[in-house]
Design a binder for this molecule. Structure first.
Ligand SMILES: [Zn+2]
Length: 235
C-alpha cells in the first residue's frame, strides 16, 4: 500500500510539474498533451510530408543522377520558408533541442521501415566539422541517425565518416571542378566494418547534394559497398 501511495504521489507531482512547466511543441510552441512527444498532433497532421520514399525517380534521387550511384534516396519533408518544418529544424540546429532530433529520426524510421530502406546494413550521419561540433556541442544529423537506427534496428556508426577538410564553397565551379572538390572532403574510419555493406547516410537538410555526394564518394571507394541517402528535409 505504502508503495502505491508513493507511486501515486510521484505521479501527481509529475503531472503538477508538467502543468506548471509543460513541454512545448517545437513547431507551434503550445503545451504538449500527455503522450505527445516534441511536436503536437495537430502540427504533425499538417507537416509537408513527402510520400515518395519508394519512388526511384523522386526529386531527392534525381539530385544524384549523373553524379554518383545511390541505391535509394529520400527526404521526410519538403522545406519551405516560414513553414512548420523550418521552425522545427531551427530548434534542432540552434536551440539545443537534442531530444527533438532523436524523436524526428524515430518517426522517420517508422515510415522507412515499410520501404526498401529497410534493406540497409548500417546507418552513418554526415559529420560536422570538428570546429562546428565544438561550438554547437552536438551533431544534429547524428541525433536523427540515432532515432532512425533505433526504429530500423540497424547499427549506428556515428564515426564511420570523418571530415578531413572544411567544405569549400561549391559556387562558381563547373561540374569537373566540383567533382575534384568532392574527392577528399570525407574519409571513412572503421573500414573493416564496411566490407560488403549497404550504408544509409543521414543528414538534416539536402540542398545541392554536394556534401552527401562527397560522403557517398568516400564510402564507395571501399569495394562492395552500397549507399542510400535519407534526409529530414529537402530544400
Ligand atoms: Zn504544434
Amino acid at each position: 500500500l505504502k508503495r502505491n501511495v508513493f507511486r501515486t504521489l510521484k505521479q501527481v507531482a509529475g503531472d503538477l510539474y508538467s502543468l506548471l512547466y509543460p513541454d512545448l511543441c517545437a513547431s507551434c510552441n503550445q503545451p504538449l498533451f500527455k503522450g505527445e512527444k516534441e511536436v503536437c498532433s495537430r502540427c504533425r497532421a499538417y507537416l509537408a510530408y513527402n510520400r515518395f520514399h519508394d519512388d526511384k525517380e523522386n526529386p531527392v534521387a534525381q539530385v544524384f543522377w549523373g553524379r554518383i550511384r545511390i541505391e535509394n534516396a529520400t527526404a521526410f519533408f519538403t522545406f519551405r520558408k516560414g513553414s512548420r518544418i523550418q521552425k522545427i529544424l531551427h530548434k534542432l540546429k540552434y536551440q539545443n533541442q537534442q531530444s527533438l532530433g532523436v524523436e524526428l529520426g524515430r518517426w522517420f524510421g517508422a515510415e522507412l521501415s515499410k520501404t526498401d530502406f529497410n534493406a540497409v546494413d548500417c546507418i552513418a550521419p554526415v559529420p560536422l566539422h570538428p570546429r562546428k561540433l565544438r561550438k554547437r556541442g552536438y551533431n544534429q544529423a547524428e541525433l536523427i541517425a540515432k532515432g532512425l537506427a533505433e526504429t530500423l534496428e540497424k547499427p549506428l556508426l556515428p564515426h564511420l565518416l570523418k571530415r578531413i577538410i572544411e567544405n569549400p564553397t561549391q559556387t562558381h565551379k563547373n561540374k569537373f571542378e566540383r567533382w575534384l572538390n568532392v574527392d577528399g572532403i570525407f574519409d571513412v574510419n572503421e573500414i573493416e566494418k564496411l566490407s560488403c555493406k549497404h550504408v544509409l547516410i543521414v543528414d538534416d537538410v539536402i540542398t545541392t547534394g554536394s556534401t552527401l555526394e562527397a560522403c557517398a564518394h568516400a564510402i564507395l571507394k571501399v569495394p562492395g559497398t552500397k549507399v542510400s541517402v535519407a534526409v529530414l528535409a529537402m530544400a
